[in-house]
Each structure stands twice: as structure tokens, then as C-alpha cells.
Design a protein around this ligand. Sequence first.
Ligand SMILES: [Fe+2]
Ligand SMILES: [Fe+2]
Length: 164
Amino acid sequence: MKPSTYHRKLSQFGADILHSPGMQSEKHYMQHGDVSVFAHSIAVACTCLWIARLLQLYLNFRLNERVLIRGALLHDYFLYDWHVPDKSHRLHGFFHAKLAFQNASRDFALGEIERDMILRHMFPLNPCPPAYPESIILCIADKLCAAEETLSRKSRYRKISSRY
Ligand SMILES: [Fe+2]
Ligand SMILES: [Fe+2]
């Protein structure tokens, strides 16, 4: 997909999230390398869309793009810098999905699939497996982006995230 297509879909389904104070604050929290949680979340949402497009093209399997984008944008909505040691977020890998879910439910109206996406995106580190196709796609996209950001210390979707 062209960058403009990703941008159009993110704006169409996730503008309220992208421009919210909570999401904007993610620009100040680093995720992997010098990629912020904000840029990581956009990269994950774009990767979800890319996988969804492949599934539609090759298997004629349709996913809910609105839910996919919103769940992906909010999956790491834990709102702190996990590199800064603090009692409130010890064992970040194990507990941040629950914190992201609590923050996201406070700030946005979440549907059943979005709740499942956020809560279970850390499978298998968090042992409860994702229950919906959108949650499984998020799980895969998150790991692909984390690997790219950790190994190359950047995100291919950096340009898109700089638009918000
Ligand atoms: Fe996460
Ligand atoms: Fe993530």
C-alpha cells in the first residue's frame, strides 16, 4: 500500500486517538532504539493493515479495518517510559498490556475486539491467547515491528508517524 493509503485509513478510523493528549504524550516515551511508543504504535497499525490486505487478496478474508487500526494504535497505551526504573511499572513486559487496557478504557470507548487486542497482544509472554483474528494479526504485527525497531533501530513507517 502507498503511504497515502495508510495515512487516509489512519485518519479515517483513528484521528480522535492520534490527536488525543494521551497518544501525543507517547511521542516522549521511547519504545525500541530511538523509536517512540507513538511511532511504534503507528508502525504496528500500518503493519496490521498490510497483513489484512494480504489476507483479503489471497484468501478473500476480510477484517474490520476500523477495529484493527484502533486496537493497534492503543495496544501500548501504558503512558510511561519503561526505560526509567519505577516501582509502578516493574516487570513491564508482563503487566503493560493490562495498564494499556485500563488507560485506553478510561480515555476511549472500546469494543469487545479492541479490548481483546490490547489485553492479549503480549501473547505468549502473557499466557492468555488472542481470541479474534484482529487480535492475532496485532500479535504478529507487534512482534515484526519490535524486531525491526530493535535490530535496525528505526521504523519503516517513520514518515507516516511524523504527520501527526
Ligand atoms: Fe506491548
Ligand atoms: Fe507494541
